[in-house]
Design a binder for this molecule. Structure first.
Ligand code: PLP
Length: 361
């Protein structure tokens, strides 16, 4: 069996151990005589799957008891609307940071529901840095403050949070949840589409402080009200059962590997292998500002479009796939989520060195 090193930004590579276990359980899950895909979401077996997944996530992220974990659908993108619908209820105002394409989409959506104050933006330099939050004043009245904690396309991340006082901080962690230790109680809402660092597409994790549930107006559609999903333990309607099952296996895998502390240590080592080479190379260069570099998504470029195209093509023949960068940045992007083994990054860098030797003049 030939597996490639898949550097896709999402849907992304999953741990081989998880895929193997899922394949073993494909036809007959836990003696039920059926696949998880075929079982009722109200069955005992599935109840156990979703409850165990939630508990494992609570354990690895150390989620306090006054936070609810919801398994929703609609992707991270639906949260761009659900968050203002549920939270922009008092001041009808939100303070947002514009640090990339996903922030921009969240800003555009929030504007449909109230006033958006964009506190800072790095758009003028293709979002290659995070504006300094310490020099910004977040004291004005607003229902909440919003950030994208890791910018998947540009390879930047917040290494420091804004001082928001008692306003809830909402974070889109789609591409860095579970990658490094965070303090859940610093946030009002943490949300993430699963397909980057959690599991298959289809499930969106929302971690929400209890007091932020139940604020939505009665006119808000039932499915878009957090209260609906909180009351029914994410079983108001049929949830994405198979995605939740795989996400649960990934949470167990993280636990067995030593939890998020262990993930973070490996992620720092992994990212440094690539960053150190980008810094010493005379041919390749990283595009994000050093102080804001992501541990998960690493964009880099060669001096010409021709070399970029040649590199991507040659890399693919060696089994390093999905390295093409987002069109807004160009060049390459290596997404190295928790499931990317260190060996994958080491081998990629070895190949980049060969490429440099062959192509420098
Ligand atoms: C991928 C991504 C999204 C969009 O996720 P969907 O689940 O496709 O809606 C939003 N935010 C960030 C940071 C992302 O990386």
């Amino acid at each position: 069996m030939n597996r490639v090193y898949n550097f896709s930004a999402g849907p992304a590579t999953l741990p081989e151990e998880v895929l193997e276990q899922a394949s073993k359980e494909m036809l007959n899950y836990g003696g039920t005589g059926m696949s998880v895909m075929e079982m009722s979401h109200r069955s005992k077996a599935f109840d156990n799957i979703i409850k165990t997944a939630e508990q494992d996530l609570r354990d690895i992220m150390e989620i306090p008891d006054n936070y609810k974990v919801l398994f929703l659908q609609g992707g991270a993108s639906l949260q761009f609307a659900m968050i203002p619908l549920n939270l922009m209820t008092d001041k009808k105002k939100v303070l947002m940071m514009n640090t990339g394409a996903w922030s921009k989409k969240a800003i555009a959506e929030a504007k449909k529901f109230g006033e958006v104050v964009v506190k800072a933006s790095s758009e003028e330099s293709t979002f290659n840095y995070i504006p300094d939050v310490d020099s910004l004043d977040f004291s004005e009245e607003a229902d909440y403050v919003y950030i994208t904690s890791n910018n998947t396309i540009y390879g930047t991340r917040f290494t420091k949070l804004p001082e928001v006082g008692d306003k809830p901080l909402v974070a889109d962690m789609s591409s860095n949840i579970l990658s490094e230790k965070i303090n859940v109680s610093d946030y009002g809402i943490i949300f993430a589409g699963a397909q980057k660092n959690i599991g298959p597409a289809g499930v969106t994790i929302v971690i929400i402080r209890e007091d932020l549930i139940g604020k939505a107006d009665d006119s808000v559609p039932t499915m878009l009200n957090y209260k609906t999903h909180e009351k029914s333990d994410s079983l108001f309607n049929t949830p994405p059962t198979y995605s939740i099952y795989i996400a649960g296996l990934v949470f167990k895998w993280i636990k067995e590997k030593g939890g998020i502390t262990a993930m973070e240590k490996i992620n720092i080592e992994k990212a440094n292998i690539l960053y150190n080479y980008l810094d010493e190379s005379e041919l390749f260069s990283g595009t994000a500002e050093v102080k804001d570099r992501s541990l998960m998504n690493i964009p880099f470029i060669l001096p010409t479009d021709e070399l970029n195209a040649q590199f991507i093509k040659e890399a693919e023949t060696k089994g390093f796939v999905n390295l093409k960068g987002h069109r807004s940045v160009g060049g390459m992007r290596a997404s190295i989520y928790n499931s990317m083994p260190t060996e994958g990054v080491e081998k990629l860098v070895a190949f980049m060195k060969e490429f440099e030797t062959a192509n420098k003049n």
